[in-house]
Design a protein around this ligand. Sequence first.
Ligand SMILES: Nc1ncnc2c1ncn2[C@@H]1O[C@H](COP(=O)(O)OP(=O)(O)OP(=O)(O)O)[C@@H](O)[C@H]1O
Ligand SMILES: [Mg+2]
Length: 276
Amino acid sequence: MTETTTAPDRRAEPRETPDRRRHARDLFVEFRDVNKAYGNKQVLRGADLKVYRGEVLVILGGSGSGKSVTLRHMLGLEAPDSGRVIVEDEDITDHPEEELYRVRKKFGMLFQSGALFDSMNVFENVAFPLREHAEMSEEEIARAVKEKLGLVNLPNTENLMPVDLSGGMRKRVGLARSIVLDPKMILYDEPTTGLDPITSQKINELIIDLQSKLNVTSVVVTHDIQSAFSVGDRIAFLNKGVFEWIGSMEQARDADHPVLREFFKASAVTAAQPTR
Ligand SMILES: Nc1ncnc2c1ncn2[C@@H]1O[C@H](COP(=O)(O)OP(=O)(O)OP(=O)(O)O)[C@@H](O)[C@H]1O
Ligand SMILES: [Mg+2]
């Protein structure tokens, strides 16, 4: 192989996490036969899913397939019409709001839209969950905000307003906010959508970095195959209301599931083939 401009695209190579995969399979979130309709639109049709502690599970699926709806069920923001949602051995399906409030503290969520408060500076955006949910002094809040901004590589940005931030910076501030309460699990809804490839890759690296530094479990919803292969341990492919195919990144490459293959092809996944 020659050292030319066609160097292997490392973004397309699955991350090596042998240690994590060898660990005992301890369930963090489980969906059992979950059904959910909005009006006459049946979105989830008996969906089964297992998310294991310590892994990064990527949820792939077309637009409108129910990926965001799936995340909202994990948070208890939506309840299934039938079926069960289990979080750390606790069946949250019929939980009243005050019980869900406690369960939600286990999660940090990076919303699809970023969802920063435009009238608040970076500091106040990141501090917001602390003011809402934690009893902390101003000094402790300042320390926590600084620490989390450091983790997302945005030190000394406290005084900037959202309007002053690039798309990638906004995502990172959103991420700092979603981890400020020290969640056990981080849910990412389309973390790289709308970002250029270099910025996307920085976000991917950040997801991997947080995974090891914070010792969390993550679910990443994306249709960015590059991103899926760089951050994921496993893929769950959501199609027609069920997780039609679930497996490791290596298995996903060789899978002969026709719809998954088609999805890869449509996403120009040639880059995700092993580079030889
Ligand atoms: N609150 C709601 N009321 C009515 N319909 C809804 C609601 N939430 C979701 N839906 C519908 O459920 C389907 C799945 O929505 P969802 O947002 O989960 O899709 P998605 O897979 O996240 O898509 P995208 O990739 O575009 O974000 C869509 O058809 C959507 O219109
Ligand atoms: Mg969505």
